[in-house]
Ligand binder design. Structure first.
Ligand code: NAD
Length: 345
């Protein structure tokens, strides 16, 4: 069976998760190129894969030449947020499919540039939102889509995590220009995406507030809240902060006419109004996560899904336009906080 030739760009913290995933997926892919501006990081990644080249030729033109020379089928972009756009566009222009980490980009304009490059290339552009693969998340999405849970009446998400000052001691975190924001765009974007994904609804109005309350060395927000009105009028209440004492399990709840679904970390509890109760734990195969526990265990499942789609000539799951919709809510929270009023989407 044909294997995908895969390249990885960015060999920092999250790369450990990919290293493990790609080792497990060796029946579907051959890792041919690992790149990082720090050669030793690229080498450490490449060392796990026979025949994989390590390179620090990462200036956009050198990157273009490297892709042309190496001709991978897909490049994983695991870079600081502000670099997703430049490298995704370059890869697509070279005829290489792209699977980038979240967020798609830090501005909607950059997201549009990526979408335009994808259309022009005829190649595919995917964005990682691995939590969509949590077993209970998929079940609730289906129950809402089929009408079994009835109409969505409201939702909330809370994220109380711990990021010490040392987390921000790098060349891109904690700054608007490079991270594109703080706890909303980096951490709580997953919760926003889950509410969109499970309800199947878009936001129409956002009233948001952000603050930098505790983490004094950063310029972006360490706390945010918002009232997000969904297209049927239901209100999604959003809260996130990065200054709790630990990274407590996230909670995402969807309240529907016939019951309520509560996700706590990766466990879903559905309470039906008629008294039934259903608890969905992640498949035991997902318990093999590496890296930080709050990254969850679902990267490998999304990557596998994307590889299988490419190998079978299908579209990768969900579109960059979909990932841009989640970024629109993030940006609406920031805009609303800045102007001090509602933002209509
Ligand atoms: N899906 C998730 O749950 C999850 C979790 C963690 C991180 N992420 C995402 O992964 C991405 C990377 O985050 P991280 O925590 O690994 O960051 P990181 O800073 O640890 O790693 C980034 C790597 O990119 C390299 N780099 C920087 N500029 C480069 C360039 N021009 N060319 C090549 N390499 C360059 C750095 O040397 C570093 O090794 C971000 O988009 C982040 O949001 C996602």
């Amino acid at each position: 069976m044909k294997k995908l030739r895969v390249a990885v760009l960015g060999c920092g913290r999250i790369a450990a998760v990919y290293k493990s995933a790609l080792e497990h997926l060796d029946g579907l892919c051959e890792v041919v190129l690992a790149m990082d501006k720090h050669l030793n990081r690229a080498q450490a990644f490449a060392a796990g894969f026979a025949g994989c080249e390590a390179s620090d030729a990462v200036e956009p033109e050198a990157f273009r030449r490297k892709l042309t020379e190496c001709s991978p089928d897909l490049v994983h972009i695991l870079l600081p947020h502000h670099l997703h756009c430049t490298y995704a566009v370059t890869a697509l222009e070279c005829g290489v499919n792209v699977l980038t980490e979240k967020p798609i980009a830090i501005t909607l304009t950059d997201a549009d540039r990526m979408i335009a490059a994808q259309k022009a290339s005829g190649k595919q552009l995917g964005v990682i939102f691995q939590n969509r693969y949590i077993d209970g998340v998929r079940r609730v999405r289906e129950l809402i889509r089929s009408g079994e849970l009835g109409a969505v009446k409201g939702a909330f998400s809370t994220l109380n995590w711990y990021r010490p000052a040392s987390y921000y001691e790098c060349d891109w975190k904690g700054r608007w220009e490079t991270e594109g924001g703080g706890v909303v765009i980096d951490q709580a974007i997953h919760s926003i995406d889950l509410v969109r994904y499970m309800t199947g609804m878009e936001a129409v109005k956002v009233q948001g507030h952000t603050a930098r309350r505790i983490l004094q060395t950063i310029e972006v927000e360490d706390e945010a809240d918002a009232a997000i009105t969904l297209e049927n009028g239901a209100v999604y209440s959003f809260f996130a902060c990065n200054y709790y004492t630990m990274s407590s399990p996230i909670r995402v709840e969807i309240s529907c006419e016939k019951g309520t679904a509560l996700l706590t970390l990766e466990e879903m509890e559905i309470r039906w109004n008629d008294g039934r109760r259903e608890v969905i734990h992640p498949d035991s195969a997902a318990g093999t996560a590496v890296g930080e526990s709050y990254w969850g265990a679902f990267h490998e499942i999304q990557v596998r899904d994307c590889y299988e789609a490419l190998l079978e000539g299908r579209a990768m799951p969900w579109t960059p336009q979909d990932a841009k919709k989640t970024l629109e809510i993030v940006q609406a929270i920031y805009l609303s906080a800045r102007v001090g009023s509602d933002v209509t989407l």
